[in-house]
Design a protein around this ligand. Structure first.
Ligand SMILES: NC(=O)c1ccc[n+]([C@@H]2O[C@H](COP(=O)([O-])OP(=O)(O)OC[C@H]3O[C@@H](n4cnc5c(N)ncnc54)[C@H](OP(=O)(O)O)[C@@H]3O)[C@@H](O)[C@H]2O)c1
Length: 329
């Protein structure tokens, strides 16, 4: 099969190779998917970029967790009726060397989820890690109907789905962004209030919006950077769900959080067990009826342009997903 891969970490344009490698075979409990579209996430670019002093997890890596395609082989223990099923894929490369940046990928069957006919492969490849993370961040602590939910990074891939899921769940939703174009995106996704997190007035705007009560639930893309802000805007008994952070360690205003009984739950979506993963995927599938969830594709590129795709994600200006469209070659 044709695949994009790297044998050493480094800059995208220096390490990516496109070549032929053996087609994968399904192990017990696995399916093989013919990949039609492969989604790029920030984690794919970070792993490819490498960490000084850390060795690659595998001698060769085909990157990407997310994708969409059609099941073309089933391993022992998988219902053969899944053959020819259209699927969306998440976490494909976690704990495995080979992800979706190839014509075929083998993966545990629960990571390949039925994709309704009405959802195209590009949109299917946008779902993956962002929608799984968004659903768990918003709904993983119980219903949000009637509550206030704050989505930090409302124009990001996770944030875009988080706003929509919180609104569908009946919450009042505020979001933060860094500028007017991203504010438009967050409003289009359904946010009731959008603040600019670089604006010193942002905290006061959130206090006014909640009539001084504070927000019940905070979906956090950058927990260390946002700690001062979140400590200021949380309601008594509120919950922060942290799925991202620019730095690993930081000083946190612990006293402010403690005095309002705020709890912080950290989330790493790839390490949810298969049972929880299936539950979230099923809930997401319930939202894939036409007209419910909007997906945002910023760029679709051929597999040969994988280095450019990674660079676009790394630059951080793209609003919407960067997807490799394997039908383009
Ligand atoms: N733990 C997990 O399981 C998990 C799952 C998915 C993603 N992640 C991580 O979460 C992060 C976001 O993923 P993504 O796919 O949504 O990326 P993305 O599409 O690049 O979006 C990230 C967004 O966050 C915004 N942002 C950055 N700092 C912010 C801050 N302090 N307050 C508010 N917004 C801020 C960025 O906009 P500006 O730069 O303009 O502010 C951007 O719009 C990545 O680091 C990713 O690796 C973790």
């Amino acid at each position: 099969m044709k695949a994009a891969y790297y044998d050493r970490t480094g800059p995208a344009n220096a390490v990516f190779q496109i070549g032929e490698i053996d087609d994968p075979k399904p192990a017990a409990g696995e399916v093989v998917v013919q990949v039609h579209a492969s989604g790029v996430n920030p984690t794919d670019t970070k792993v490819r970029g490498g960490t000084p002093g850390r060795k690659m997890g595998y001698p060769r890596i085909i990157p990407h967790h997310d994708g969409a395609g059609v099941i073309v082989a089933t391993g022992a223990g998988v219902d053969p009726a899944r053959m020819d099923q259209r699927v969306w894929i998440h976490s494909a490369q976690f704990g495995r060397a080979f992800g979706t940046a190839a014509q075929y990928v083998a993966l545990p069957q629960h990571l390949a989820v039925r994709l309704p006919d009405a959802t195209g492969f590009l949109d299917g490849a946008a779902l993956g890690v962002p929608v799984m993370t968004a659903w768990n961040s918003v709904m993983g602590d119980g219903p949000v109907a009637g509550r206030t939910v704050f989505v930090a990074g409302g124009a990001g891939a996770v944030g875009h789905y988080a706003i929509q899921i919180a609104k569908l769940g009946g919450a009042q939703v505020a979001a933060s962004v860094s500028g007017p174009a991203k504010a438009e995106e967050a409003l289009r996704a359904g946010a009731d209030l959008v603040v600019n997190y670089t604006d010193p007035e942002a905290e006061a705007q959130v206090h006014d919006w909640t009539s001084g009560r504070g927000v019940d639930h905070f979906v956090d893309v950058n927990t260390t950077q946002n700690a001062g802000f979140s400590a200021s805007v949380m309601a008594h008994g509120g919950r922060i769900v942290s799925f991202g952070s620019a730095t690993n360690t930081s000083e946190m205003p612990i006293r402010d959080f403690r005095q309002r009984n705020v709890s912080i739950r950290f989330l790493f979506i790839h390490r949810l067990d298969a049972h929880h993963s299936r539950e979230i995927a099923a809930a997401v599938c319930g939202l894939l009826r036409p007209g419910i969830l909007s997906h945002r594709i910023a760029h679709s590129l051929p597999l040969a342009d994988i280095a450019k795709a990674h660079q676009l994600v790394e630059e951080g200006h793209v609003m919407g997903k960067v997807i490799l469209d394997l039908s383009k070659g």
